[in-house]
Design a protein around this ligand. Structure first.
Ligand code: NAP
Length: 288
């Protein structure tokens, strides 16, 4: 049995709920070229050949590296492939993640993404808010979003999303323009956005959890391993299946530089968690 809601609308674009996040394809610390360039290209080929039609990237991964790999592997892009990117940050010479959110920097970032991806228009651009680079923090985003909306009006951007944002910033953004997705840190062990997910689901807006498998701190839990073993699945598959079950507006973009892991993650789309298993994972948040 497959999951209900296998696709979702990102504005005018239809994507499968299980996609792929390209960040891991850059070098160590998401900086510089990949250690295994051929392997990185193979992951991208395998993703689209397996039916992935939603790839998440940014020009500040590398910088430029993941976008250039995507272009080399997949351009000209097959019909229906949706590439979501993000702007608002840049990398320091030492790999530091720095804000780059003046109107001029945002415009430059859109043009950098267009050039490096080989596109005339970007499908979805997330404004990555950097008030606190590590977590959502309150503060105005109106000036940045207005700059992105102008680039949309110029025809360079199809749809706008937000990333690393608070619920108040989402509300502020939605008063200014159509927001098709919110990309925030969320997974089995990090659930600060529970209320926001429900709010967005009611209005048909996608919620795209980054670090769905824990990112640089892989999810590890006896409960998760136990549930996965009972289902004859891996813990990562159970964690992804839990996210899919959590809300119909959740889209997955797990990241990997391994074709084996990619296939494992995509197979999670067909893993159905029985109610008792889901309830057990739900309770993990309470420290069980
Ligand atoms: N908006 C933002 O601020 C933001 C921040 C971070 C990430 N993102 C986006 O979100 C995407 C997902 O996040 P992420 O890639 O950082 O974290 P993630 O998907 O939670 O985890 C990736 C890590 O898990 C490992 N992994 C993946 N599949 C596995 C499997 N089946 N078995 C064992 N290990 C597995 C990967 O290693 P291997 O390579 O060895 O498989 C990698 O170390 C990124 O690719 C990026 O596009 C956005």
């Amino acid at each position: 049995m497959s999951q209900p809601y296998t696709t979702f609308q990102l504005g005018s674009l239809t994507v499968n709920r299980v996609g792929y996040g390209a960040m891991q394809l850059a070098g160590p610390g998401v900086f510089g070229p990949p250690a295994d360039r051929a392997g990185a290209l193979a992951v991208l080929h395998a993703a689209v050949e397996s039916g992935v039609n939603h790839i998440d990237t940014s020009d500040f991964y590398g910088p430029h590296v993941t976008n250039q790999l995507i272009r080399e592997a997949l351009h000209p892009y097959r019909d229906g492939l949706v590439i979501t990117t993000k702007i608002g940050a840049r990398r320091g010479a030492d790999g530091a993640w720095l804000p780059a959110s003046s109107p001029a920097e945002l415009e430059q970032a859109v043009h950098d993404n267009l050039r490096n991806l080989g596109l005339d228009v970007l499908d979805v651009v997330n404004l990555r808010v950097m008030i606190d680079p590590m977590q959502p923090a309150e503060g105005p985003i109106g000036e940045q979003l207005a700059a992105l909306a102008r680039l949309q009006q110029q025809g360079l951007v199809r749809h706008i999303g937000l990333s690393n944002v608070t619920a108040a910033q989402v509300a502020e953004g939605r008063r200014m323009c159509d927001i098709v997705c919110v990309q925030n840190h969320y997974n089995l062990a990090h659930r600060a956005d529970d209320a926001l997910i429900g709010e967005l689901a009611r209005d048909g807006i996608a919620y795209v959890p980054f670090f769905p498998l824990g990112g640089f701190s892989p999810l590890q839990s006896v409960t998760l391993s136990g549930v996965a073993a009972r289902l004859d699945a891996s813990p990562n598959q159970a964690a992804l299946a839990w996210l899919l079950r959590r809300s119909p507006n959740i889209l997955l973009i797990p990241g990997t530089k391994s074709v084996t892991h990619l296939r494992e993650n995509l197979a999670a789309g067909a893993l159905v968690l029985p109610p008792d298993a889901a309830a057990e994972l739900d309770r993990m948040d309470a420290g069980q």
